[in-house]
Design a protein. Structure first.
Ligand SMILES: *[C@@H]1O[C@H](CO)[C@@H](O)[C@H](O)[C@H]1NC(C)=O
Ligand SMILES: *[C@@H]1O[C@H](CO)[C@@H](O)[C@H](O)[C@H]1NC(C)=O
Ligand SMILES: *[C@@H]1O[C@H](CO)[C@@H](O)[C@H](O)[C@H]1NC(C)=O
Ligand SMILES: [Zn+2]
Ligand SMILES: [Zn+2]
Length: 601
């Protein structure tokens, strides 16, 4: 049961059959690379999303070497400088704060300790993502620890989610909307926040699809009546849903409804969930920024809208800042005109120490092995020695030993779902944290015994079929490319640059603050397999010879369905298999096999 809950914790939302791009550089930013500056406007936004517990920087990726304390320093110094320049800064997060890193996941519930550190940043607007809602414990922690906290009670917005109290009472998870005036420019802001139509919330939370919430519940109409267009300068809609979503288009549909009530107001959206950098222009007075994932990206957005001319044609700028100390320092020195500006504050420094202390307390630095080279999820082809699935199917799964002595001469196929791998595996020490980051879940193995001709077709059957929710973690929760958008930006391959984000969005090809070399993205199938066909002396293996097909227990129904369909399609005279034909295989989990593999280096 525990394993099942853990699996559920990584499943999510809209299903789009596209792989996720994994963008990072192993080397640090080169000193000579000219960074692209941020453009300060009347109203400025700092945006984070999908941090998933990554408060402690990325040790093996210098591109992202800043921790949460460095980020807090950056925000505080930026805000102070902006206020000297009479500019406002609004700092926003759009959810998914756990499930992805040991700092959040080595406690129960996940986020118990890390959310306290996350909340030390003085966010102006906060909300939740689907990862705050998979378990009752998560929802309770988020509601009581953040939404209802003294610090954020008036800043937490959640327009379409309810929390269920111990006595069963349904209460809004946060404010349905808030209004406030920016401290410097005195702009009147109306803020709303929507979570996508998430279907798997635990029994302490209820998510109403955004459109239903807007059209069918009375509060939205009341809000429009009490906040007339002429009383509002800017609407901010931040939430956990993607900017680009060709199938559901939830944000575009929300926009159509809000635009009807506020035909002339500037509306700024902030999105998340699909883990990409993205920026979309909705109309001449409305754009949406999405700021990546895993504390790799800070989204910066500015709007000029206070002069009469700008009010008619507001000017938007956007920048994706790489989450590293050099980038932070660069932008701070540019806006302060001081190359020696300190880029760390006392508060930031103490937060960095808290992160480090938590890391030690949770024993995340414990070294379990060594990773001799980097293995990539999707930026190397599946058949490459640098691909992580290639590693697992060729070097790791062959070490699976069943608990009982099944015939050693038996051929076998071991299948895993690709979603069980969460991140690239970087050259360097293999620590307990690496395990939380790359492969956190334990699994049990089941197997069936079927003719070779059936076994050999299961993998491609599952990969050709529709994306199966329980198998499709990368394509559902991590799909990253702006699907359906025609690639317009040139492929960068410059020997002076490192691999990393080269974002294409509605404003073009130059949104990233740091120029990088482009990375190619390869499709990731639903499942991959380790295939061991034992031949006796025949030239060709007998297709009717019985073999073992071994798989994660939670894939059982998908495997049975595939096997039965193949049996029927081939017209084999066999009864359909049922769960009674599945037996316990035993042996170590893939997680343990992976750890043991790197323990030898
Ligand atoms: C926005 O306005 C400021 C002055 O208020 C100006 O310095 C800046 O250039 C403007 N930005 C753009 C992109 O026009
Ligand atoms: C930095 O210099 C620019 C141009 O000279 C000026 O507009 C701006 O106010 C200066 N910034 C600060 C923080 O003094
Ligand atoms: C066997 O399973 C296949 C695939 O699930 C199904 O289409 C077929 O109807 C089943 N046959 C019987 C006899 O239940
Ligand atoms: Zn996420
Ligand atoms: Zn999400």
């Amino acid at each position: 049961m525990v394993a099942l809950v853990n699996w559920l914790a990584v499943l999510a939302g809209p299903v789009i059959a596209k792989p996720f791009q994994q963008q990072q550089a192993v080397l640090g930013p080169s000193q000579d690379i000219q960074l692209r500056d941020i453009h300060i406007g009347d109203i400025n936004f700092i945006h984070t999303t999908d941090t998933h517990g990554w408060l402690g920087s990325h040790f093996s990726q210098e591109n992202y070497d800043a921790d949460w304390g460095d980020f807090v320093s950056f925000v505080d110094i930026l805000r102070q400088t902006m206020s000297q320049l009479s500019r406002d800064v609004i700092v926003i997060d759009t959810g998914d704060k756990r499930d992805g890193n040991g700092l959040s996941d080595a406690t129960w519930p996940p986020g118990l300790r890390s959310s306290k550190i996350f909340n030390m940043l003085d966010y102006d607007l906060l909300t939740l993502g689907n990862h705050e809602l998979y378990t009752a414990e998560s929802a309770i922690l988020e509601y009581r620890g953040t939404s209802q906290s003294a610090k954020f009670k008036d800043k937490y917005v959640c327009s379409n989610v309810e929390f269920i109290e111990d006595d069963g009472e349904r209460v809004p998870f946060g404010n349905k909307y808030i209004t406030f005036e920016t401290p410097i420019q005195k702009q009147r802001v109306l803020a709303l926040s929507f979570l996508f139509s998430f279907q798997r919330a635990n029994n302490r939370a209820i998510v109403t699809p955004p459109l239903e919430e807007i059209m069918e519940k009375g509060w939205f109409q009341n809000m429009v009546e009490t906040n007339k267009e002429e009383d509002i300068d800017l609407i901010v809609v931040f939430g956990h849903l993607p900017a680009t979503d060709p199938t559901e288009r939830e944000m575009h549909k929300i926009h159509a409804l809000i635009r009807k009530c506020y035909p002339n107001t500037v509306i700024q959206y902030f999105g998340g969930h699909t883990h990409i950098r993205d920026f979309v222009q909705l109309d001449s007075k409305s754009t949406c920024l999405q700021s990546g994932r895993f504390a790799e990206t800070i989204g910066f957005l500015s709007i000029n809208m206070t002069s009469a001319m700008d009010a008619e044609n507001p000017i938007f700028t956007r920048r994706y800042i790489d989450f590293n100390k050099e980038s932070f320092k660069h932008h701070l020195s540019k806006i302060t005109n001081d190359t020696n500006v300190p880029s760390s504050t006392k508060k930031g420094g103490s937060i960095s120490r808290l992160v480090e202390d938590l890391r030690l307390e949770l024993n995340l630095n414990q070294k379990l092995g060594n990773i001799p080279q980097t293995y990539y999820v999707s930026t190397r082809p599946l058949d490459s020695d640098e691909n992580i699935y290639h590693l697992i199917t060729h070097k790791v799964l062959p070490n699976l030993i069943p608990s009982k002595n099944y015939e050693p001469s038996m051929s076998r196929f071991i299948l895993i779902n690709t979603g069980s791998v969460r991140y690239d595996l970087y050259k360097g020490p293999f620590t307990k944290d690496t395990e939380y980051i790359v492969m956190p879940f334990n699994n049990d193995w089941h197997f069936i015994t079927v003719p070779l001709v059936v076994a050999s077709r299961i993998e491609s059957y599952l990969n050709k079929g529709p994306v199966i929710a329980s198998l499709g973690i990368p394509s559902s929760s991590h799909h990253k490319q702006r699907v359906g958008i025609f690639q317009k930006c040139p492929f960068i391959n410059d020997p002076n640059l490192n691999e990393g984000y080269t974002t294409e969005d509605d404003f073009g090809c130059h949104g990233d603050d740091t120029p990088h070399n482009s990375q190619r993205e390869f499709d990731i199938p639903n499942v991959v397999q380790c295939k061991e066909v034992k031949m006796s002396n025949e030239e060709k293996p007998d297709p009717m010879k019985m073999v073992h097909v071994i798989f994660y227990t939670f894939m059982e129904l998908d495997i049975l369905n595939a096997a039965n369909s193949i049996i029927n399609n081939l017209d084999l005279r066999m009864e359909n298999l049922t769960t009674n034909d599945c037996s316990h295989y035993g042996g170590d989990s893939t997680k343990k096999l992976l750890r043991d593999y790197f323990a030898q280096f």
